[in-house]
Design a protein around this ligand. Sequence first.
Ligand code: ATP
Ligand code: ATP
Ligand code: CA
Length: 219
Amino acid sequence: MKKTYAIIGLGRFGGALLQTLIANGQDVLGIDINEENVNDYRDIATQVIIADAQEEDVLRKLDIASFDHVIIAIGHNMQASILATINAKDLGAKHVIAKAENRTHLRVLTKIGADTVVQPEREMGERIARKLLAPNMLNFIELSDDYSMAEVQIVNPTFTGRTISDLNIRKRFGLNVIAVRHEGEIVVAPEGKYRVQPNDIVSVVGPKDMVDDFDQLTN
Ligand code: ATP
Ligand code: ATP
Ligand code: CA
């Protein structure tokens, strides 16, 4: 589905965000104070603007409230990041995602009403650590403090050539298998009689510690 996005700050983070959204057919306006950074995206973005996002008037003229998502991707200039966030919210922006440089910045952005605050360096560090600790886990989504969803590749031969029922995944681990990827083909909501093959990628959902156990045992 096509949505509209305004990205304020086209550094590495904002730039990557813009490119990925555009590549997926979305409508993206890019704003940066620096002409050179804007020029890098002029040909691919839906629209680009050179402007200082600290100025309330700039955001008002852009009708910032009309965008489905507004992303404040300014890092170093904390004052600019804070002012852009306050102005966007004051002008009625529906969903503001703001990037924080550190913990203090994160606290401030949360207090002034950013709907989502991200800290990419910290989150990426955690993500890479998780990948190193659990090499079988291809993808991991934290659903809550207690629950997660993960894609786990089945390598251990004690788990292969057996059906999902025989493996007793629901009783043993409290996990539900929601999909299996076998040689590139996806089986959604597999039945109990599905026989797990070596290197199948199994998507499971359930308690976090059980997802971890399942990952370790199938390795
Ligand atoms: P990244 O890590 O994404 O490369 P960064 O954390 O180093 O970025 P900055 O370099 O401070 O963050 O900012 C990212 C972008 O935001 C830059 O392209 C910068 O020109 C732009 N920017 C900074 N201040 C403003 C402002 N007041 N209005 C609009 N854009 C701004
Ligand atoms: P991050 O985004 O992870 O906060 P950064 O991209 O801003 O970090 P730096 O601040 O340059 O990167 O470096 C991160 C850490 O590496 C700092 O703690 C710094 O003290 C350390 N560091 C920088 N240069 C060296 C060096 N030559 N030898 C050892 N440590 C270093
Ligand atoms: Ca940075």
